[in-house]
Design a protein around this ligand. Sequence first.
Ligand code: DC
Length: 223
Amino acid sequence: MIVAIDGPAGSGKTTVAKLVAQKLGFFYLDTGAIYRSLTLKLLKERVPLTDVSKMREIARSLRLEFKREKVFLEGKDITEDIRDPSVDRSVSLVAKIPEVREVLLPLQRELVKGKNAVVEGRDMGTVVFPNADLKIFLTASEEERARRRWKELSSKGKDISFMEVLEDLKRRDKIDSERDVAPLRKSPDAIEIDTTDMSINEVVEEVVRLALRHLKGAGVFSS
Ligand code: DC
C-alpha cells in the first residue's frame, strides 16, 4: 500500500508523514530529501546550477541511503546538513530541471519497491505514484507555514528572521508550482487537508483514519 502525501513547503508533510508511517508500521520516504541531498552535493562541489549535464551526471551517481529516519550520502549522515538555509535557497532551482527529475524518478520508485510506504513530496500523487492507494494534499496559510519553518530553524540555532523565511518560502512555492515538469499540484483524486488550525496529532489521526478505512475497504482488516 502506498500513502502519497503532497503539499507546499511547511504544510507539515514531513512531520505528519513520519508519524503516519510509524503508526502504520510502513516504510517512510521523504523525496524532498533526495532533491536536498543532490543540492547539497552540487553546492559542495561548486557545480553551477546552470550546468545541466554536470548536474545530471552527479544525480546519476548519487549514492543515497535512508536508514532509521536518517539520510546518508556516500555513507555520511547528512540528515541535518540538508535542512540548512543554503540548501533551502537552491533546492527549487535544482528540482525544476527536467533532466534531474528524469534521473531521480526511477530512484524514488526503486526505494519503495515491494514495501508498504508513506511517501511525501510535491508530485507523489500526480507523477511518481499515480496509482497510490491513498493521496493526501496538505495545505496551510503562507504565514503559518513560514512560522513553522522559522520555529524549526530557530530551535536549531540558525540565525534567520521570520521575514527571510517567509520570502524564501514564497519564492520556493512559486518555482515549485510554476515549473514545466511535475509542478506542485493537487492530484484530482487527492483528499485536501488544511492544517492551518490543526495540531500535528489531529492531522496524523485523520490520515491514519483514512488509511485504515482504505485497508478495511480493500478487505485487509475485517473490523
Ligand atoms: O519538501 P521539501 O521542502 O524538503 O522539498 C525540497 C524541495 O524539493 C522543494 O523546493 C521542491 C523539491 N521537491 C520536488 O520538486 N519534488 C518532490 N517530490 C519533493 C521535493
